[in-house]
Design a protein around this ligand. Structure first.
Ligand code: ADP
Length: 168
């Protein structure tokens, strides 16, 4: 698996799938979630509502997929990151679940390229260094069959620096 780092806006990335740092309601929010729904259009929200009607809320650490509406990607994988509350072990495991479950879901869809934002490091306030370490380790440890490329999309300067160091 190839691992790439891009600084920028994940809604512009034409990977097979982009990952959304959603909240458990799946009904949209701020940050990257808001950007994805704004740029992708109402198709994504309609599919999120269908998923909710079927299974209820999405639990922290889990992932669900929708199409990508007007975005250049084919799918959006929505995963719910942990809100940082200082419980390092518990939150780290949940963040790892986000990356692993998103990769697993991507494999079940036959996806070759997938782009991740820095899940939980915005509104959810997960420490960026620790989050980056978990993201990179989980991706590196994943036994991929269909996925050929993983792109880490860093939006802010702090995360870009952290990922540059981690991937060097
Ligand atoms: P969370 O609630 O999981 O913390 P946020 O969306 O608040 O989610 O932040 C997650 C990360 O997404 C942050 O590092 C933030 O800088 C980044 N981000 C915000 N907008 C975008 C975007 N358009 N593309 C990529 N990353 C983004």
């Amino acid at each position: 698996m190839n691992i790439e780092l891009i600084k920028g806006d994940i809604t512009k990335i034409s990977a097979d799938a982009i990952v959304n740092a959603a909240n458990s309601s799946l009904l949209g929010g701020g940050g990257v979630d808001g950007a994805i729904h704004r740029a992708g259009g109402k198709q994504i929200l309609e599919e999120c509502i269908q998923i909710r009607n079927r299974q209820g809320k999405c639990n922290t650490g889990e992932a669900v997929a929708t199409s990508a509406g007007n975005l250049p990607a084919k799918y959006v994988i929505h995963t719910v990151g942990p809100v940082w509350n200082g419980e390092e072990d518990k939150s780290s495991k949940l963040l790892e679940d986000c990356y692993r479950n998103s990769l697993q879901l991507a494999e079940s869809l036959g996806i070759k390229t997938i782009a991740f934002p820095n899940i939980s490091t915005g509104i959810y306030q997960f420490p960026k260094e620790l989050a980056g370490k978990i993201a990179v380790e989980t991706v590196k440890n994943f036994q991929a069959e269909t996925i050929e490329k993983v792109i880490f999309v860093c939006f802010d300067d702090d995360n870009e620096k952290i990922y540059k160091k981690l991937l060097d």
